[in-house]
Ligand binder design. Structure first.
Ligand SMILES: Cc1cc2nc3c(=O)[nH]c(=O)nc-3n(C[C@H](O)[C@H](O)[C@H](O)COP(=O)(O)OP(=O)(O)OC[C@H]3O[C@@H](n4cnc5c(N)ncnc54)[C@H](O)[C@@H]3O)c2cc1C
Length: 298
């Protein structure tokens, strides 16, 4: 192990026993045995090649904004791209960007250059990689609409996938069926637009989120997918669970499709609350609520 980490340290920073509570927006989770921050895309490929030959479990995370990490310690390696793999390059209206870049930062950077396409990202605290994995979106748009191609490491080196090969659907992509793949970089096709108008739209959306979401508490955003006829928050409200609390995990009073961490919530508190909501909504409304937040290391 020592020799392996010595080889890896040439290509990235290594941290041991890092708490997931410090790497997720929910501020919940046990420790990660080994967390690696590659210095760049080439370094990430070198690290993944080295790890591929070992028997260590390897996962990748972005900003941890869609994760409920268990209270147990994770024995393995987590690759984290948001520290260094976040550079971008523009060629006309084509953007090439590292998978660790923040989509909020990109939305503002592109707006200032008068490039349209990332407006959906206003207020979504994820990375490019996490957003592609989830096909994140809002305001009736999602990231798949601007993806041109994605550079992915699949165990046999890094390859570019076309937008079509990413098999995007509502909050879905091919990457969810391949948890060992690592998105390294992506190209996006943007459109020329008016910088002032795009910036005004981003600011307006940010303000709307501030007014409607409990952004003063740690959360992982909307907990459940909207089930169809009804919005998830309406179903939770209808069964009387607004404000329901288990330990320090609480259904937000402000937006009841958010479960917030009001102190030192455990993953088990959060998940107990999720299951309580699912049971109540099923028995009283006959609706199956499906989690949008992903459980990690359960
Ligand atoms: C306040 C708040 C508001 C939110 N609003 C929205 C919203 O409006 N719309 C929406 O869609 N989401 C929303 N989210 C959820 C979340 O921000 C998005 O799903 C985001 O895309 C997750 O990105 P991430 O980098 O944080 O991924 P993480 O949470 O770190 O990871 C999520 C999944 O992606 C995988 N992954 C991450 N990076 C890579 C990579 N480089 N290669 C391969 N797989 C990778 C991880 O392994 C994991 O399975 C919100 C969250 C919060 C906290």
């Amino acid at each position: 192990m020592k020799e392996l980490m010595k080889r890896i340290s040439v290509y990235g920073d290594i941290e041991y026993n890092r708490s997931f509570a410090d790497c997720t927006t929910l501020r919940i989770g046990g420790n990660c045995e080994i967390m690696i921050y590659p210095f760049n895309v080439a370094g990430a490929i070198a690290i993944l090649d080295i790890l591929h030959g070992s028997d260590l479990p390897v996962r990748v995370i972005g900003n941890g904004s869609n994760l409920l990490v268990s209270d147990a310690n994770y024995h393995g390696v987590v690759i984290c791209l948001n520290k260094y793999v976040n550079q971008y390059e523009l060629d006309g209206t084509v953007l090439t960007v590292g998978a660790g870049a923040s989509i909020i930062a990109m939305s503002y950077a592109m707006a200032k250059k008068g490039l349209s396409g990332f407006e959906f990202a206003a207020g979504i605290p994820g990375t490019i990689g996490g957003a592609i994995y989830m096909n994140a979106g809002a305001y009736k748009h999602d990231i798949s609409e601007i993806v041109n191609s994605v550079l992915v490491y699949d165990g046999n080196g890094a390859h570019w996938l076309t937008q079509k090969q990413c098999a995007f659907g509502y909050r879905q992509s091919i990457f969810q069926a391949h948890s060992d793949w690592v998105i390294l970089q992506a190209k996006f096709d943007l459109n020329a637009g008016d910088a002032d108008k795009i910036l005004a739209l981003l600011d307006d959306r940010r303000l709307r989120r501030f007014n409607s979401q409990p952004l003063d508490f740690p959360s992982a955003g909307s907990v459940f997918r909207n089930p169809g006829d009804m919005l998830a928050w309406q179903a939770i409200e209808a069964v009387g669970l607004r404000g329901k609390r288990i330990g320090d995990a609480m259904v937000s009073e402000k937006h009841c499709n958010f479960i917030v961490n009001v102190g030192h919530a455990k993953a088990s508190d959060f998940y107990e609350l999720v299951q309580l909501i699912q049971r109540e909504v099923k028995s009283k409304l006959d609706i199956d609520l499906i989690m949008e937040v992903e459980r990690f290391n359960w």
